[in-house]
Write a protein that binds this ligand. Structure first.
Ligand code: ZN
Ligand code: ZN
Length: 372
């Protein structure tokens, strides 16, 4: 998954396109660039991969929302690569691919094999947002969160039936959840089975408790460990804490989206911190020192060298944010803003006149040359 082209552009749809429009656009392109039609054509192969990748994201409301909000970054791990479970980003194993592919294939050839729809379905993923201060992001924290998820309805054991038993296969579609109509010889159009609404099963009496959904609401509290040094925009995946699977399918995952709030003193870039500190003219000229409160709460002594110029920067090593999963810290950069007074008292004016008068001869002649 290395495409960086805009997914909407790849499919040639607008950002407000409906799910159906996206699906239509995808099918058209997928048939055009299908490897069977473009044998040995590398460009077509790349294009085919691109459109599949784009469709994988845009067909899924949750992934699409994440993409709209975060762009491609939504699907790359910002947490130091793979294997950092449970702190990795979305992973695309292409679970939907085979499905779509065989759909396409059956339309493409006009026949396709009849598949009985899998009865079990994976539960939905859920999302939880946490906003942290920069100080909290520095130390990391353990937080108890309350999520609303779902569990299997105990009255029907998740089947959604009044008798709590697995419902029989739908007679209309034979369990595929799809019905086909042939038009004009070559193309076979598939639509969702109207009888079972695509589930492939015939439920005559619905479970009263869950109204046939097979699940019930579950409020749950969970402890989430947020590692020190976490970055703004990180998504943490907590496997198996999403909604219950349908009809015995696996649970979905919980995605915790981390936002790190802006800090009033420090700007962050990775593990480095930046700040602007005002200093007086005289401190800039003569040097001096002042104290800053570090992100770890400790006082930092900032040394101002004599002759400091406006916008000069000082790098203080090891006083930045923590790197994730490491004791190392980034650096702190202090930019000096030399404040030129806009109002002077008579006494100050007198001092400054004396300051000018006391300047060495060569400095005076320099200024006289410029302005005299
Ligand atoms: Zn039920
Ligand atoms: Zn059916």
């Amino acid at each position: 998954m290395t495409t960086t082209a805009d997914y909407y552009e790849v499919l040639g749809v607008t950002k407000t396109a409906s799910g159906d429009e996206i699906k239509k656009a995808y099918r058209k392109l997928a048939m055009q660039y299908h490897p069977d039609r473009n044998q040995g054509n590398k460009d077509a192969e790349t294009k085919f991969k691109e459109i599949n990748e784009a469709y994988e994201v845009l067909k899924d409301d949750q992934k699409r929302a994440a993409y709209d909000r975060y762009g491609h970054q939504a699907f790359t791990s910002g947490m130091g690569g793979a294997g950092a479970n449970p702190f990795n980003g979305f992973d695309f194993t292409g679970a939907g691919f085979a499905d779509v592919f065989s759909d396409i294939f059956s339309e493409f050839t006009g026949q396709g094999r009849s598949r009985q729809r899998s009865y079990a379905e994976r539960g939905d993923d859920i999302r939880y947002d946490i906003a942290l201060t920069l100080e909290e992001a520095y130390v990391g924290l353990e937080k108890e969160i309350n999520i609303t998820t779902s569990k299997e309805c105990d009255a029907c054991h998740g089947h959604g039936t009044a008798d709590g038993k697995e419902p029989p296969v739908c007679a209309t579609c034979g369990g595929t959840g799809r019905v086909r109509t042939q038009q004009g010889g070559f193309f076979v159009f598939e639509t969702t089975c109207p009888q079972c609404r695509g589930t492939g099963r015939a439920v005559t009496d619905k479970c009263k408790k869950c109204r046939g959904t097979g699940k019930e609401k579950l409020e749950k509290s969970l402890k989430i460990k947020i590692p020190a040094g976490i970055e703004n925009g990180t998504r943490m995946r907590v496997a198996g804490e999403g909604e219950v699977g349908k009809r015995g399918g696996p649970k979905g995952d919980l995605y915790v989206f981390i936002t790190v709030k802006r800090h009033k003193t420090y700007e962050r870039d990775g593990a480095d911190l930046f700040t602007v500190s005002p200093i007086s003219m005289s401190m800039a000229a003569m040097g001096g020192q002042f104290k800053l409160k570090g992100i770890d709460g400790e006082e930092i002594n900032v040394e101002v060298k004599p002759g400091t110029q406006p916008s000069d920067k000082l790098r203080i090593k090891g006083k930045g944010m923590r790197y994730m999963n490491s004791d190392k810290r980034g650096d702190l950069f202090v930019e000096f803003k030399v404040v030129i007074p806009t109002k002077l008292t008579d006494a100050q004016k007198e001092c400054l006149k004396q300051f000018d008068a006391a300047a060495p001869e060569e400095e005076k002649s320099f200024w006289n040359k410029l302005f005299g």
